[in-house]
Design a protein around this ligand. Structure first.
Ligand SMILES: O=c1ccn([C@@H]2O[C@H](COP(=O)(O)O)[C@@H](O)[C@H]2O)c(=O)[nH]1
Length: 233
């Protein structure tokens, strides 16, 4: 059964062993997990098998960005391994997104396919430095529209943009939001952050939480505090 919780815990660990030690403390009925570039590059598909075997729904966060044919093949490979969600970069463009979506349809694969808009670690000045002369909010909006027109299920954005995207793209269009920081937790490299409560109030569909739990002195206590914050919404 799918968990009703919006929490997705980012298993950003340098080994399969470390990731599974964390996963073994989590309850697959109470959260989903995310496998990113570091863990997948080290452990490969074995980590997906191990997490699926433990009953978790897995978001494979590899943020594909390549020519349409290559991305379509990568998305198919991910979906055939049974992941719940997979993503690519919206900046790869409409043809790339459509090719990936069409491949999943052709193969009758029901994995959620979403697109990263503007990384939550980026602010306006960093966008400007790569030649994008609009605010993160405006650029997220532009890429979310393109993603929706390409037929994907939703986007990765910051919770700061979720409310606007909710009115622009509707409730069913997924807003998956990393950059979640409880009030007392360091922001680190993240720039566009929100607290768990504010992120949900803004219309996020799912909250991606990594270091506030995984790097906490007591990860299970940190997770319980986030769950409690969400319950008192
Ligand atoms: O825009 C994005 C896209 C993906 N991420 C990923 O989410 C987690 C966040 O981890 P924290 O430790 O809670 O900062 C991490 O795996 C990123 O690769 C993101 O942060 N922003």
């Amino acid at each position: 059964m799918s968990p009703s919780s919006p929490l997705i815990i980012a298993l950003d660990y340098p080994s399969l062993h470390a990731a599974l030690c964390m996963a073994d403390q989590l309850d697959p009925n109470r959260c989903r997990v995310k496998v990113g570039k570091e863990l997948f590059t080290r452990s490969g598909p074995a980590v997906l098998e191990a997490l699926h075997g433990r009953g978790f729904e897995v978001f494979l966060d590899l943020k594909f960005h390549d020519i349409p044919n290559t991305v379509a093949g990568a998305v198919q490979a991910a979906a055939e391994q049974g992941v719940w969600m997979v993503n690519l970069h919206a900046s790869g463009g409409r043809r790339m997104m459509e090719a990936a979506r069409e491949r999943l349809e052709r193969e009758r694969l029901s994995t959620y396919l979403i697109a990263v808009t503007v990384l939550t670690s980026m602010d306006e000045s960093e966008l400007g430095a790569i030649g994008i002369d609009e605010s993160p909010a405006a650029h997220v909006e532009r890429l979310a529209r393109l993603t929706q027109e390409s037929g994907l299920h939703g986007v990765v954005c910051s919770a700061r943009e979720a409310s606007r995207l909710k009115s622009l793209c509707g409730d069913d269009f997924l807003k998956v939001t990393p950059g979640i920081r409880p009030a007392s937790v360091a922001h680190g490299d993240q720039r566009r952050v929100e607290t768990p409560r504010d992120a949900m109030a803004s219309g996020s569909s799912y909250l991606v939480v990594g270091r506030p739990v995984t790097q906490a002195e007591d990860p299970m206590a940190a997770l319980a505090a986030i769950e409690a914050e969400l319950e008192t919404r």
